[in-house]
Write a new protein. Structure first.
Length: 451
């Protein structure tokens, strides 16, 4: 009789009994196997399946460790869609997760011997395979190092046009810092313990805001999520962001400028007859009457001005090599506010064109990673102390003020999102639905009144 290692005497006795039944009464084979399958049919509570069909192991973090780990539950991918395989893999993974949950972040590499008391023990040809030895990460061949993965990820993002030059620079620096901290390890060596080491390194720095730490965690998580899809690993950074209460978020948010401050700004900035640096006169006024982002306005070309349904409009887009927009939904058409027309804005556009300028504000120089708005921000940083404004009062606050005013006037959130270039209602020159016809958008724009 075949010996099955790993079972106690009671289990061995039961196995011998089952094997005698199989040899003496073949008709009971179906009943035994059916019984075993039923016992395995129920999914253990420590396993769950993602919407992509991948099985995960999870363990509850003891209350004493929840504050340090920043979560109540730890999860780890088992990298399989097969439930039985997930059950087998989970034994070692759960041991590792339990060590982390209890405060021991050292990797567990000990061999785990699973008990040969599953249905596979009933298959004579498979009995020798019943003892399964699983070494940590042994299912992976040698995977590439972090430096190679980071470069592949950045190259793909560049081809997709998903990042601005500034975003690429920030992400590359984040990955460089990560490698400097953890070493240029291979993907399979980036364990949950490494992820927690990375998180604790930055979250322990008193001079770093929670939002800054979370941005770093999110960038590294995005890299590992991409690696998970391309190399079949799990992403140990999932869910490690520091949770911040709504009250704290609100206190840290940049303020919307009040109507009083916007009127003060209009009084103090140069007049619209400014010739040397016209952006200082026009950009704050344009922001207040369009709700557009500073970078979108600073990069405007003369050919971004058009007439739709007989009305002059600004086309926010990225058709020139030096232009960029935040997302695809940022492309839109904004009717020019009658107040801007009354200030002489159309005459200013005509004057710039007559002078041979291709761009509306040629005095602005593009900073490779910051775009054309960086120079504007630097100017305003030195200008706002004259207004008596604080650190949180910025030109971006005008955009918040536009959203706030339209919200108070109870305009459709979709319409406001379309004006601001958010995720709802992308408007283009060639295609805009009934809701976003220029006559309707003009009503929305005209509602902006700074008295």
């Amino acid at each position: 009789m075949t010996h099955v290692p790993g079972c106690g005497s009671r289990e061995t006795s039961k196995l011998k009994s089952n094997q005698r039944l199989i040899s003496e009464r073949p008709q009971v084979i179906h009943l035994v196997v059916h019984s075993m399958r039923n016992s395995l049919a129920k999914t253990p509570p420590y396993l769950f399946q993602s919407r992509h069909g991948i099985w995960y192991a999870r363990i509850v973090v003891p209350e004493a460790q929840q504050s340090s780990l920043g979560k109540r539950e730890i999860r780890k991918s088992l990298a399989t869609r097969d439930r039985l395989e997930a059950v087998r893999k989970s034994w070692q993974v759960l041991s590792q997760l339990r060590s982390v949950a209890e405060g021991d972040t050292q990797d567990s590499s000990e061999t785990v011997h699973t008990q040969a008391c599953t249905q596979e023990a009933l298959r004579p040809s498979k009995v020798s395979d019943a003892t399964i030895t699983t070494q940590s990460n042994s299912s992976h061949p040698k995977l590439p190092r972090l430096s190679q993965v980071a470069e592949e990820f950045c190259q793909e993002k560049r081809k997709q046009g998903a990042w601005s030059p500034h975003s690429e620079q920030v992400n590359r620096q984040t990955y460089k810092d990560m490698i400097g901290l953890l070493g240029d390890i291979r993907l399979e060596q980036f364990t949950l313990a490494k992820a927690l080491e990375y998180k604790r390194h930055f979250s322990s720095k008193a001079d770093l805001a929670v939002s800054t730490v979370n941005k770093r965690l999110t960038r590294v998580s995005a890299l590992l999520q991409w690696a998970a899809l391309h190399y079949g690993i799990s992403n140990p950074m999932t869910g490690l962001s520091i949770k911040v209460s709504a009250k704290v978020k609100a206190s840290k948010a940049r303020d919307a400028l009040s109507e009083t401050k916007i009127r003060q700004l209009f009084r103090e900035i140069p007049s619209t007859t400014e010739h040397k640096m016209p952006y200082r006169a026009w950009l704050p006024r344009l922001a207040a009457y369009t709700g557009a982002r500073l970078g979108e306005l600073a990069q405007l070309y003369i050919d971004d001005f058009t007439v739709i349904d007989g009305y002059p409009c600004i086309h926010i887009r990225a058709t020139h090599p030096d232009q960029s927009i935040k997302t695809a939904t940022s492309e839109r058409v904004i009717p020019i506010h009658p107040k801007l027309i009354a200030m002489g804005f159309l005459q200013f556009v005509d004057k710039q064109q007559a002078s041979g300028h291709e761009r509306l504000f040629p005095e602005l120089r593009k900073i490779s990673t910051r775009g054309y708005s960086h120079q504007v921000s630097k100017w305003f940083y030195t200008f706002k102390p004259k207004l008596g404004w604080g650190e949180r009062d910025t030109l971006h606050g005008i955009r918040h003020a536009v959203a706030t005013q339209l919200k108070h006037k109870e305009y459709s959130s979709d319409m406001v999102a379309g004006l601001l270039g958010h995720s709802h209602g992308s408007i283009t020159f060639d295609r805009y639905g009934k809701e976003y016809k220029i006559e309707n958008m003009l009503k929305l724009v005209k509602a902006l009144d700074w008295k």
